[in-house]
Design a binder for this molecule. Structure first.
Ligand code: FES
Length: 109
């Protein structure tokens, strides 16, 4: 299975199971991804917008529920440091958490 990042040129990140959070797989694939609090569920900078496959993600954690209630996460957004996947998921990096040195778009980088 894979995590596809639409606005990083449809980049496919291999996901071998739900034992690791998606941020770990993203970093293991060598992709720079914002994670200001060090993947502790305290900042929302690792958020991703889920375009398809949300049903394959683990339920929202307490941290995600808190940020959702506070209006800091949209309905279609999840924290990459909090959720795990058991099937194919397609996401994009929201504009507010895009890194300045990275090129975002749908063309292959
Ligand atoms: S890295 Fe801070 S909430 Fe995920």
């Amino acid at each position: 299975m894979a995590l596809t990042i639409r606005n990083l040129g449809e980049r496919h990140v291999p996901v071998t199971g739900a034992e690791k959070v998606l941020l770990r797989y993203i970093h293991e694939a060598g992709i720079d991804w914002m994670h200001a609090c060090g993947a502790k569920g305290r900042c929302t900078t690792c958020k991703m917008r889920v375009l398809s496959g949300a049903e394959h993600l683990t339920p929202r954690t307490a941290a995600e529920i808190k940020f959702f209630a506070a209006g800091r996460l949209r309905k279609d957004e999840r924290l990459a440091c909090q959720c795990r996947a058991s099937g194919d998921v397609t996401v994009e990096v929201p504009p507010e958490t895009q890194l300045p040195h990275q090129q975002y778009g749908q063309e292959k980088n």
